[in-house]
Design a binder for this molecule. Structure first.
Ligand code: F0G
Length: 458
């Protein structure tokens, strides 16, 4: 047995249809070779993101029917609040409609222009929210994170020496908080070890700087700690989570990941003054503090999802399913980032398509081929997303890593679907010489990957 079979059975199904190659060829042309422009109905297996794409359980759907839609004091809020407090131990819980609003609220009260906010690696929205406050977002992950072949078990760890040096250089008064993203999405969904969190905490204590977790995938991170970190093998994931949160002063959360819901999030924190300021702002931009931009039924679904995600049968299957797909690809020689992270497989497009230079977007070319040949949607995390012109020389600067992410939605696809994805990619790898590069014909001034239009180079 590679990994345990699905610890659920299926009560409701959603039809998916495989289009023909001719249809997809037409669709991808019309979409300007950008899969963000393809109607989801024309996709067979959608691995664009693991965010907001989970299948809720019968228990969560039953909870949705018990939504109390009172403007203030909904019973679902109290259930949500007590669940978050029980899992995290934080004193204040502020509901938000998704993760980036929690980031925006936190940074609005904590960050000033000229400040520096370290993280292992900031996720795009976290970085953008820090920069929106005219502060600097710096990534201080260990060097192994940038080596796709390094098998370090905790490639999401913060580099303590880089962190100490940064604080010394800018001065602790300009570092309002430090963040740790668990698991580290932008670095391949890699976990952070408990020892590392503890050491970061100790270092920050010596400067009086608060620590916040970007906790979107906290349960997956805790499962890796149980599997890989000595001393945790016989602790429950709930106990591990409680310890993890105990080293932090608060967290931002997109419940669209490990909350197992389609919308929702929160900010949780201990500081009374920050919590009060955040609450005032919440009323201005999201809603009353007992719903924060969500319906009562949504809060109920989050409360139930947060319990279900700690079920170790679920986590064993979840992490196992992602790893299984990674193993099939690895055994066939497809270059992927190793070790496999919690929520996604990252293909190394530079090594997959060595005949396509970065100026011709090998990652995006692979995304296009995956859709056109097999109806699978993935996302490029490479030069289309990150290449920038040097403001002085005008020269293009390309990112080190040219990746394609296959993010696996939670409880949505079966093992047969994973086999289909693996077989498709392996076949594509054998025929990789036929894949051609792309050139941009339209791009927006920022975040161009969402709306860019491209054409194939003949
Ligand atoms: N932090 C991390 C680590 C994330 O991965 C995301 C979202 C967010 C914050 C923002 O949360 O979308 O609820 O506002 N990641 C998604 C992804 C979009 O595809 O990786 P949000």
């Amino acid at each position: 047995m590679q990994f345990p079979a699905e610890p659920f059975k299926i009560k409701v199904v959603e039809r998916i249809r495989k289009t023909t190659r001719e249809e997809r060829d037409e669709l991808i042309r019309k979409a300007g070779y950008n899969v963000f422009n393809i109607p989801a109905e024309s996709i067979y297996i959608d691995l664009l993101t693991d965010s907001g794409t989970a299948a809720m359980s019968d228990n969560q759907w039953a909870g949705m029917m018990l939504g109390d839609e009172s403007y203030a004091g909904s019973r679902n809020y109290y259930h949500f609040e007590s669940t978050v407090k029980d899992i995290t131990g934080f004193r204040h819980v502020v509901p938000t409609h998704q993760g980036r609003m929690a980031e925006n609220l936190l940074f609005s009260v904590a960050v000033k222009p000229g400040d520096v906010v370290p993280n292992n690696i900031h996720f795009d929205t976290t970085r953008a929210n820090v920069e929106h406050k005219e502060a600097k977002a710096v990534d201080l992950v260990i060097d192994e994170a940038y080596d796709p072949e390094s098998e370090h078990p905790f490639k999401g760890n913060m580099d303590l020496e880089k962190l100490r040096r940064t604080i010394e250089e800018v001065g602790p008064e300009r570092v309002p908080l430090v963040m740790l993203t668990v698991t580290n999405n932008s670095g391949g969904g890699q976990p952070v070890s408990m020892a590392n969190v503890r050491q970061v905490r100790e270092l920050l204590d010596s400067y009086g700087i608060p620590l916040f977790l970007d906790a979107c995938r906290f349960a997956e991170n805790c499962y890796f700690i149980k599997e890989r970190e000595p001393g945790y093998e016989s602790k429950s994931v709930a106990e591990i989570a409680r310890e993890l949160f105990s080293y932090a002063d608060g967290c931002t959360m997109s419940a669209k990941k490990d909350g197992l819901v389609n919308i929702g999030g929160f900010l949780a924190l201990n500081d009374d003054t920050w919590a009060e300021k955040v609450t005032h702002l919440l009323i201005l931009v999201e809603g009353f503090p007992t719903y924060g931009g969500l319906a009562g039924r949504d809060l109920e679904a989050v409360a139930r999802g947060l319990r279900e995600v700690l079920d170790e049968d679920y986590l064993r299957f979840r992490i196992g399913q992602v790893r299984y797909l990674g193993q099939l690809l690895d055994e066939a020689g497809v270059p992927i980032v190793k070790p496999v992270g919690g929520h996604a497989i990252y293909i190394d497009a530079k090594r997959f398509l060595p005949h396509i230079p970065q100026a011709q977007f090998p990652g995006q070319a692979l995304v296009v081929a995956l859709y056109r040949e097999y109806g699978i949607r993935a996302v490029e995390i490479g030069s289309l997303m990150f290449a920038k012109k040097d403001p002085e020389t005008g020269e293009e600067i390309y990112p080190d890593l040219e990746l394609v992410r296959l993010a696996i939605p939670r409880r949505v696809y079966t093992t047969m679907h994973m086999n289909y994805v693996a077989e498709s990619i392996i076949e594509l790898y054998r025929n990789r010489d036929r894949i051609r590069g792309l050139r941009i014909v339209y791009e927006a001034p920022m975040l161009r990957h969402f709306t860019a239009r491209l054409e194939e180079i003949q």
